[in-house]
Design a protein around this ligand. Structure first.
Ligand code: BGP
Length: 489
């Protein structure tokens, strides 16, 4: 294949490097009310209205997903065929505890994952479970206001304990919350079961505090039951460039990055950083916490850090000021949402980065941004790192039973090279998971047509299609890349 860039071909990846893919239950399992399962918060998020629940809307295709629930054997077998040695997925909380309040788990839900995980291991894959990936029982959101309530810690730890008691020795890696920091970016419905229409900035930080305590208790429980298992956190990493060399733009970048670092600082370093208390003061945020909470957070940090990376952004002070002036708002009123105004490639500038290409959905393609992320995070924390998500989502059509997705192979190759360059710099990176190795429902749009997969699934945004799976050309490319441990690019 033709190389689009002049990039240095790196040395080998470390022996035992984990190569695989990542999915999330609510975006692909379907069967959303089968075998005792009840709705989760994701089941009332209609497509096109990201982050806002609506109980009267049409929910397809999220409810059907790609029907992994009935196709898991075929799909896991294809992942094995590609040579995955790790598979990251989440367990739907509502399959095990349909309302969240049951004392005993739903045995049918446990049995479903028993077979999936067993098959993964038979095919040579380590299992990495995201405990909560953008969903929780809808009942808990309705009754308690989601993670605003401290009670959530007990419901979550019961869920964790049930899973580890069942799957110790089977699941080697656990991730406590997907993209935990997105509570503060108007995604609190999916991340924390809080309706953004009525919530305050205080609510979302309070919810995060409860999640920090729950995450640390998960580390404790998992280590007690399975000392071999490793527990990590997942943040969404934002590589952000200053718009200019005006030092004030770099300060805006730093402030924006601190909003993300906050979550990994607490989960890895085990304490609230000074800049967080300052931010709370400036924005009248008063979270309720106890000394015991802080002791738990200190005592049980995560073993490793993982992050999702798709694109980079740019920031400038002028844009922040203009938005605040225009809307007469501060962080307090808008939940720090300046970051997401306009195109997704923009943070606080109103402009796209002229040095980078964009995907059709407006996300920048920036492998150097991944290299910068890896070096930055490792310098900051010095703990093992895992790339939990990376990928290219695009509209595609099947031609003669396949998709000739050269762009996906190029994207993958360039990001693999970025990882290798970080490893050469000394970053302790132990694995990589491509997002959506099989086409699944997009989280942001709720649609099928934003496809990330190496495998095409015949289902459209209206829910029509045979659900038949087809290998794209990138399927063979990733297989070759894995077989050569990142050498054959
Ligand atoms: C991440 C989420 C995933 C996933 C991905 C791609 O932020 O953890 O759940 O969906 O983004 O985003 P999208 O599906 O909106 O293209």
């Amino acid at each position: 294949m033709k190389y689009s860039k002049d990039l240095i071909i790196p040395e080998d990846f470390p022996k035992g490097f984990l190569w695989g893919g990542a999915t999330a239950a609510n975006q692909y399992e379907g069967a959303y009310m089968e075998d005792g399962k009840l709705p989760s918060v994701a089941d009332v998020q209609p497509h096109g209205v990201f982050g806002y629940p609506d109980r009267n809307a049409k929910y397809y295709p999220t409810h059907g997903g790609i029907d992994f629930y009935h196709h898991w054997q075929e799909d896991i077998s294809e992942f094995g065929e590609m040579g995955f040695n790790v598979y990251r997925t989440s367990v739907a909380w509502t399959r095990l505890f349909p309302t969240g309040e049951e004392e005993e788990p739903n045995e049918l839900g446990l049995q479903f994952y028993d077979q999936v995980f067993k098959t993964c291991r038979e095919k040579g894959m380590e299992v990495m479970v995201t405990i909560s990936h953008y969903e929780m029982p809808l009942h808990l959101a309705d009754k308690y206001g989601g993670w605003k309530s401290r009670k959530m810690i007990d419901f979550y730890t019961k869920f964790v304990k049930t899973m580890v008691e069942r799957w110790h020795g089977v699941v080697k890696y656990w991730l406590t919350f997907n993209e935990i920091g997105n509570n503060i970016h108007k995604m609190e419905w999916m991340t924390a079961g809080i309706d953004p229409k009525t919530s305050t900035l205080n609510d979302v930080y309070q919810a995060s505090h409860h999640q920090f305590v729950a995450s640390s208790l998960a580390v404790k429980i998992i280590h007690e039951i399975d000392p071999e298992a490793k527990v990590g956190s997942v943040i969404e990493y934002k590589t952000i460039y200053p718009m200019s060399c005006d030092p004030k733009d770099s300060i805006v970048v730093l402030k924006e990055k601190q909003r993300g670092y906050f979550f990994s600082d607490v989960q890895v370093r085990g304490q609230y950083p000074g800049y967080a208390w300052e931010y709370f003061k400036e924005n009248d945020i008063n979270i309720e916490y106890t000394d015991e909470d802080m002791a738990i957070i200190k005592q049980y940090p995560v073993d490793f850090l993982s992050f999702t990376y798709y694109r980079s952004r740019i920031a400038s002070k002028d844009y922040v000021e203009s938005v605040q002036k225009e809307t007469n708002t501060s962080d307090k009123e808008i939940h720090g949402d300046t970051a997401y105004r306009g195109d997704d490639n923009i943070v606080n500038t109103g402009k796209t980065n002229p040095y980078l290409k964009l995907t059709p959905s407006g996300w920048s393609i920036d492998p150097d941004g991944l290299y910068l992320a890896l070096v930055d995070l490792y310098d900051r924390y010095q703990v093992p790192i895992f790339v939990a998500e990376n990928g290219l989502g695009i509209k595609e059509t099947l031609v003669n039973g396949t998709v000739n997705d050269t762009y996906r192979m190029e994207y993958l190759r360039d990001h693999v090279i970025a990882m290798q360059n970080a490893i050469k710099d000394g970053v302790d990176l132990f694995g990589y998971a491509w997002w959506g190795p099989i086409d699944i429902v997009s989280n942001g749009s709720g649609q099928m047509s934003k496809r990330y997969g190496f495998i095409y699934v015949d289902r459209n945004d209206a829910g029509e299609g045979t659900l038949k799976r087809y290998r794209k050309q990138s399927f063979y490319y990733y297989k070759k890349l894995i077989a050569s441990n990142g050498r054959d690019l």
